[in-house]
Design a binder for this molecule. Structure first.
Ligand SMILES: N[C@@H](CCC(=O)N[C@@H](CS)C(=O)NCC(=O)O)C(=O)O
Ligand SMILES: [Fe+2]
Length: 305
């Protein structure tokens, strides 16, 4: 079957104006996450991608420290935020999308397969009937191949499952925000052992992205600073990944990748903030409702992960 969504994304990249799209990265060192503000220089319409709300699990306290610089930048640049785009329900940090939405406006969007993630984690956390598992906590759910625009910049959404079932990549103008599929070439790829994750599916998703034109700019969601490098980086290209990605360069077979990924995943610790992150991010970044004393609580399911 022809991959119409990918063909459309490739055509979009090939035809993209080179000067309209402005990309600003914000790096959150505690979680190694890169958030982005992208905007159209002409209309000054903008989207925020994968924002972070810092969380101190010992105190049970959130902080806007990582989100406030985004608000300041949006103000300085005179931008109108139309979208808060999530590449997936993150397992390592809380999303700041609701906080930013309250301050800046805009709609919160994620891949439509978030419903599967909500089912899984709704069950794990024994969430009450207040928790809708139909994606309605989000303002928009993307299907593979969906298109929209940020000002005059065209966007194509690609469903790239494997790290999680609902992962999407955003092809914005000539740039791709790959989420947790691949990381920088010297670090490799995302883990595939979260609930609903799958190494074979991940390989297919990331190789699909590498079918985009060679010069396509790729922006990572994390940089974990591998040994041998002393500074964080988050931009690479399809050509660089195909040549040099340590887990998935051209010539590495699907079976070899799956064997490598599954054995590596057995060695990885559970992310420090997975339990707070998923029970908040499954609700589009909203905290669970307060109890009758007005206090919000997070749950810790015992001996489940
Ligand atoms: N040490 C980090 C690990 C976070 C983590 O597992 N990150 C995921 C993406 S959400 C991943 O793919 N990591 C790949 C790796 O650690 O090699 C933490 O505790 O938060
Ligand atoms: Fe992730």
């Amino acid at each position: 079957m022809p991959d119409t969504a990918l063909t459309n994304a490739s055509a979009q990249i090939a035809g993209a104006a080179k000067d309209g799209l402005v990309i600003k990265a914000f790096f959150d060192a505690p979680t190694f996450t890169v958030s982005y503000v992208v905007h159209d220089a002409e209309t000054r319409r903008a989207a925020v991608i994968d924002s972070v709300l810092p969380y101190d699990p010992a105190a049970g306290r959130t902080s806007p420290d990582a989100a406030n610089p985004i608000i300041a930048y949006v103000g300085e640049q005179g931008l109108t935020v139309d979208w808060h785009l999530e590449t997936h329900a993150h397992a390592d940090h809380l999303s700041a999308a609701p906080y930013l939405q309250q301050k800046l406006g805009g709609r919160i969007a994620i891949g439509a397969h978030i419903r599967e993630v909500q089912q899984t984690f709704g069950t794990l956390f024994n969430a009450g009937s207040d928790f809708a598992r139909d994606g309605s906590d989000f303002d928009r759910l993307w299907l593979d191949g969906d298109t929209f625009a940020i000002g005059n910049i065209p966007v194509t959404v690609l469903h790239v499952p494997g790290h999680t079932p609902a992962c999407v990549a955003y092809v914005i103008g000539d740039a791709v925000f790959v989420g947790d599929t691949m990381f920088m070439p010297d670090y490799g790829t995302a883990r595939a052992d979260f609930p609903g994750g799958d190494a074979r599916t991940l390989f297919r998703s990331l190789r699909r992205l590498l079918e985009l034109p060679a010069e396509t700019r790729l922006f990572m969601c994390h940089d974990y600073l591998p040994e041998g490098r002393d500074h964080y980086v988050w931009e690479t290209s399809v050509a660089d990944q195909r040549l040099a990605n340590v887990h998935a360069h051209d010539g590495i077979s699907e079976d070899a990748f799956v064997a490598m990924r599954e054995s590596r995943d057995r060695t990885l610790a559970v992310p420090r903030l997975i339990l707070p992150s998923v029970q908040v991010n499954m609700r589009a970044g909203h905290l669970p409702p307060a109890e009758d004393n007005g206090i919000v609580y997070l749950k810790i399911p015992m001996n489940q992960l």
